[in-house]
Design a protein around this ligand. Structure first.
Ligand code: KIV
Ligand code: NA
Length: 263
């Protein structure tokens, strides 16, 4: 695989070609995912749940994310490395900029922030300073206590329109990517059509530009209730490298997500 950049993903969107993304937390799994052809690796703050055993992503610190970013950066190969800004790193503009700087120094090539239209100025300040941003909309796990649980977002017209408007505002402010979590497939398509930049979906249906899953879900080692949009690819293959390849191929061929994974 050639080095994946934001331009690569933009070209995929133009060509209507899907791309795959997967979370990674260490060098070995990062290398395995990259060798499988996965275009984007995300050091997600889901590490609070899948690595640390917390019930949410809120306890994850900047130091935690930086540590895992340094690990993944050593194994990422030619994949693009995206990293989550942890909870409350947007407490002030100064903190946001300094924390984003730490993540970039640790090896991030792109920062993902959860937020709505009010984050527009923050996105503008980050991109102005050379930090590309992916905005995470829909189900935003850092606001789970406000949302009242991990629930599908945008089933009602008003909320759906708000998500589309937020995406447009934040892309206008400079966001390079949009990530959409847990929304009806129709809304996934509408957001992808509304913005010029690639839209990555998780539980957002087949008609977005790329797909992302949490590594542990792809390998079927998730405990507790598994969300509808998840698929265990290891069940169909012999080993972990094969599971990553199968996931990548199914995303590229738009075989995943299937109807049963969508809202
Ligand atoms: O933290 C994470 O792994 C994420 C993905 C679920 C998109 O944000
Ligand atoms: Na996250």
């Amino acid at each position: 695989m050639k080095t994946v950049t934001l331009s690569t993903l933009q070209a995929y969107k133009q060509a209507g070609e899907s791309f795959s993304c997967l979370t990674a937390y260490d060098a070995t799994f990062a290398r395995t995912a990259s060798d499988a052809g996965i275009e984007v690796l995300l050091v997600g703050d889901s590490l609070g749940m899948v690595l640390q055993g917390h019930h949410s992503t809120l306890p994850v610190t900047l130091a935690d994310v930086c540590y895992h970013t340094r690990c993944v950066a050593r194994g990422k190969g030619n994949s693009l490395l995206m990293v989550d800004l942890p909870f409350m790193s947007n407490a002030s503009l100064e903190r946001l900029l300094l924390d984003a700087g730490e993540l970039m120094r640790a090896g991030a090539e792109l920062i993902k922030v959860e937020g709505e239209a009010w984050m527009a100025d923050d996105i503008r300040e980050l991109t102005r300073r050379g930090v590309p941003v992916c905005v995470h909309l829909g189900l935003t796990p850092q606001t789970v206590y406000q949302l009242g649980g991990y629930k599908v977002q945008g089933r009602e017209t008003e909320r759906a329109e708000q998500i589309i408007a937020d995406a447009c505002t934040l892309v206008d402010a400079g966001a390079s990517l949009v990530l959409l979590e847990c929304v009806p497939a129709d809304l996934g398509r509408a957001v992808s059509e509304a913005v010029s930049v690639p839209v990555i979906g998780i539980g957002a249906g087949p008609d977005v530009d790329g797909q992302i899953l949490v590594m542990h879900d792809v390998l079927g080692v998730t405990h507790g209730r598994t969300p509808r949009f998840v698929k265990n690819f290891l069940a169909e293959t012999d080993d972990i490298a094969g599971a990553f390849r199968r996931y990548h191929e199914d995303v590229k061929a738009r075989r995943f997500p299937a109807e049963e994974h969508c809202f």
